[in-house]
Every structure is written in structure tokens, then in C-alpha cells.
Design a protein around this ligand. Structure first.
Ligand SMILES: [Cu+2]
Length: 160
């Protein structure tokens, strides 16, 4: 409130000083909105990737699977693993089937891990488990669903 009244007071002083200073004040006010839109498009390409991919976790007939089971993404992309049917499912990465350095990245980007590289069990239908590949090294990431590994539910993500 005090700041507002000070600003109001300044505006009155500026107005009293005449047109010249008032024009200066307007030019600084309009400069700020002009800078913001130009900064936004510049930030978008710099981020790289940033795409979102959906991988469904489904029971199709008697087959448990990730759909798609294989996909190629860019570093910086996000994958939403979606528990569609036949759950609980989860997302686990094989420590020996991911690129060097990837375990450290996934450690930080996989929420609620039950164990290293092991995502939580998704029991609720339509639950989504989001994994960010920001800073992820390029290469193949092989993963599986812990409850359905023996039934062949696994897949591969290739980070370009
Ligand atoms: Cu599963």
C-alpha cells in the first residue's frame, strides 16, 4: 500500500513537471512488454527436445505390453507412461542396458522410486508416470514392467 501511494505520488509529481518527463515514463513502460515476447521464442529452441510422448501400459487380450514398445525421442523430451489396463504396472530400467551416465540422470527424473531405476507400481487406472529425459545421454534405454516381466512386458527407448 505504501509503495502504491508513493508511485501515485510520483506520477502526480511527473505530471506536474510537464509533458517531457511523462513521455519518458511511457517509453519505459512499453519497453517491458516488448522484451518479453522476444525472449520467449528465443528460449524455446534453446531448450531443445521438450516434446512429450505417451506410452500406454496395456493388457491386450492375454498380452501385457508397452504401446509403443519401442520409441525414439530427443534428450529433453518427457514420456508419460499411462496405466491403461491390466495394472498394476511400473517402469523399471535395466541398469546394464542404459547408456553410461544415464542411471544418475534417471535417479533424479524418476519420481517415487521403489529401488534404483524402479518406478512405483501404478495401481490406479489412468495413472500417469512421467519420466523426464532432460540431460539424458544418447543411446538405448531398455526397460520393463516388474509385475509382468515374465510375461514379456518390456520395451526400448532410444534417446538421440
Ligand atoms: Cu505391467
Amino acid at each position: 500500500m505504501r509503495v502504491t501511494s508513493m508511485v501515485a505520488g510520483l506520477a502526480i509529481v511527473l505530471a506536474a513537471c510537464g509533458g517531457e518527463k511523462k513521455a519518458e515514463d511511457q517509453s519505459t513502460t512499453t519497453a517491458t512488454p516488448e522484451q518479453q515476447p522476444s525472449a520467449a521464442p528465443a528460449a524455446a529452441p534453446a531448450a531443445g527436445g521438450g516434446g512429450t510422448h505417451d506410452v500406454n501400459m496395456v493388457l491386450d487380450g492375454s498380452t501385457y505390453k508397452f504401446d509403443p514398445a519401442e520409441l525414439t525421442i530427443k534428450a529433453g523430451d518427457v514420456i508419460n507412461f499411462h496405466n491403461k489396463s491390466g495394472g498394476p504396472h511400473n517402469v523399471s530400467f535395466w541398469a546394464d542396458s542404459i547408456p553410461s551416465g544415464a542411471a544418475n540422470v534417471l535417479k533424479g527424473s524418476m519420481p517415487d522410486q521403489m529401488a534404483p531405476l524402479e518406478g512405483p507400481l501404478l495401481t490406479e487406472q489412468d495413472a500417469i508416470y512421467k519420466v523426464s529425459f532432460a540431460g539424458a545421454p544418447a543411446g538405448d534405454y531398455k526397460f520393463y514392467c516388474l509385475p509382468h516381466l515374465a510375461l514379456g512386458m518390456h520395451g526400448k527407448i532410444t534417446v538421440q
